[in-house]
Design a protein around this ligand. Structure first.
Ligand SMILES: Nc1ncnc2c1ncn2[C@@H]1O[C@H](COP(=O)(O)OP(=O)(O)OP(=O)(O)O)[C@@H](O)[C@H]1O
Ligand SMILES: [Mg+2]
Length: 377
C-alpha cells in the first residue's frame, strides 16, 4: 500500500520479523508482517490463537522478551495525529521504532506518550505493591508537567470513565484488592492517561462482561472522535470487529494473509482463510444452521511451517505443485491486499506456470469445512 504521501498514516509496519530462539530451533513468530495504521481509525487484527498477533503488537513497541527478538523490518512512526505536532513537525522523517534500542530512552519516550498498549494479561503492566492511583498518576507525570494533585484529579476522572465505581475511594486500593475485570479497567485507564496517538489494545475486553465491554468500546470511540487517536485492536470477536473496525488485518502463522477496509474484507473476503473465519461465526440474518462450520485441522507449529503457502494444508482451493512450492506474494485485488496464489504470484512456480490460476478464484474458492460445535477460533 503506497503510504508515503498519505498524511493520515500514523504507523507503518514493513516486513517485520520476530523470532524466538528455543532448544528446538528458531521460531519465526512474526514472519514479514506489513500493516498500516491511520490517525483517527481503528485497525482490527484477527486470526486464530498462536498466529502472532500479540508478538506483532509487542514487537511494534520493542517489548518482546528474550529469547524473542525483532530480527528485521521497519516500524515507522510518522508525525501528526492528536499530539503529534508536539512530537515532530509534519515534514519530519518518520521514526523507525524497530531501529531503536529496546531499553533506550527514545523508545521509552514513545511508549506511553505516542503509543500506549493494553496487554492481554492485565497484570503485565500493573505493580502489585503500589496503589492504583499512584501508578496511573506516575504515568501521567512522566509525560506531563502536572502537580501530584492534578495527576490524582485526572486519575479519578479516568477511573470513572472506564467504569470503576466510586473512583475517589478505589484510587487508593492496590491491584490485588480488585477483581480481574476491575484490573483490566485500571490498565485501560493507565494506557489512556497520556492521550496516546496510537493505542494498541490486545484483547482488552475479553475478560469483561458485555455491558462493561460496550462501555469501554464507547469510551475508545469517544477518545478517537475527540483526539483523533488511532487504535490497533486485537480480538477474536468478529462482532466487535464489525462494530469498531475501519480496517482489518487477518493473520495466519505469523503473516498477514489479507488486509483492507472492513467493508472489503468482511463483505468480499478473498483469502480462503478469511472466508473460513467469517463462516465459522454466527451471523444475524444468515442461514439457520444447527452447527457452525469450523476450519478443519489446526494452525501448524510455527517451528515446522509448511513450504509454499502456510494455509495450504487446511485449504480446499489447494493447487498441487503451486501452493506447496510458491510462497504467495502480497497482491492487490478488489481493494484488499491478499497473499493467495488464486489472485496472483503463481507464475513464480518452478514447474510450468498455470496462467489460469487466477481464474480459479471464480466463482467461489471456499475452503471445505467440517461441521463442529466450535467458536470462531
Ligand atoms: N516466549 C516464547 N517463546 C517461544 N515462542 C513463543 C513465545 N511467545 C510466543 N511464541 C511463539 O509465537 C507464536 C505467536 O504467539 P502470539 O502470542 O503472538 O499469538 P496470538 O496470535 O496472540 O495468540 P492468542 O490469540 O492465543 O493470544 C506462538 O505460537 C509461539 O510459537
Ligand atoms: Mg495474543
Amino acid at each position: 500500500m503506497a503510504t508515503g504521501t498519505d498524511p493520515d498514516v500514523l504507523l507503518e509496519v514493513r516486513g517485520l520479523h520476530t523470532r524466538f530462539r528455543t532448544d528446538g530451533g528458531e521460531i519465526p513468530a512474526v514472519d514479514g508482517v506489513d500493516l498500516t495504521i491511520r490517525s483517527g481509525r481503528t485497525l482490527c487484527v484477527v486470526g486464530e490463537s498462536g498466529c502472532g498477533k500479540s508478538v506483532t503488537a509487542r514487537s511494534i513497541l520493542q517489548l518482546v522478551e528474550p529469547p524473542g527478538r525483532v530480527t528485521g523490518g521497519q516500524v515507522l512512526l510518522h508525525a501528526g495525529g492528536s499530539s503529534g505536532a508536539a512530537a515532530a513537525p509534519p515534514s519530519a522523517e518518520p521514526l523507525d521504532l524497530a531501529a531503536l534500542d529496546p531499553k533506550g530512552r527514545d523508545i521509552r519516550r514513545v511508549r506511553g506518550r505516542d503509543v500506549s498498549m493494553i496487554f492481554q494479561e492485565p497484570m503485565a503492566s500493573l505493580s502489585l505493591v503500589h496503589r492504583v492511583g499512584n501508578q496511573i498518576g506516575e504515568a501521567i507525570r512522566v509525560h506531563n508537567p502536572v502537580s501530584k494533585k492534578e495527576a490524582r484529579r485526572i486519575t479519578v476522572r479516568l477511573l470513572g470513565q472506564v467504569g470503576i465505581p466510586n473512583p475517589e475511594r478505589l484510587v487508593d486500593v492496590y491491584p490485588f484488592q480488585l477483581s480481574g475485570g476491575m484490573r483490566q479497567r485500571v490498565m485501560i485507564a493507565m494506557a489512556l492517561s497520556c492521550e496516546p496517538r496510537l493505542l494498541i489494545a490486545d484483547e482488552p475486553t475479553t475478560a469483561l462482561d458485555v455491558t462493561t465491554q460496550a462501555q469501554i468500546l464507547d469510551l475508545l470511540a469517544g477518545l478517537q472522535r475527540d483526539h483523533g487517536m488511532a487504535i490497533m485492536f486485537i480480538t477474536h470477536d468478529m462482532g466487535v470487529v464489525a462494530e469498531i473496525a475501519d480496517d482489518v488485518a487477518v493473520m495466519y502463522l505469523g503473516k498477514v494473509v489479507e488486509r483492507g477496509s472492513v467493508d472489503d474484507v468482511f463483505h468480499a473476503p478473498k483469502h480462503p482463510y478469511t472466508r473460513a473465519l467469517l463462516e465459522s461465526v454466527p451471523r444475524m440474518g444468515g442461514p439457520r444452521r444447527d452447527r457452525l462450520p469450523a476450519i478443519r485441522g489446526s494452525v501448524p507449529d510455527p517451528a515446522d511451517r509448511p513450504s509454499g503457502c502456510v494455509f495450504r494444508d487446511r485449504c480446499d482451493s489447494f493447487m498441487p505443485g503451486l501452493c506447496d512450492t510458491v510462497e504467495p506474494p502480497t497482491v492487490e485485488t478488489g481493494g484488499s491486499q491478499v497473499r493467495c496464489l488464486l489472485y496472483g504470484g503463481a507464475e513464480q512456480a518452478p514447474t510450468a506456470p498455470r496462467a489460469g490460476a487466477a481464474d480459479r478464484a471464480d466463482p467461489d474458492p471456499r475452503p471445505r469445512k467440517e461441521a463442529a460445535d466450535v467458536d470462531a477460533d
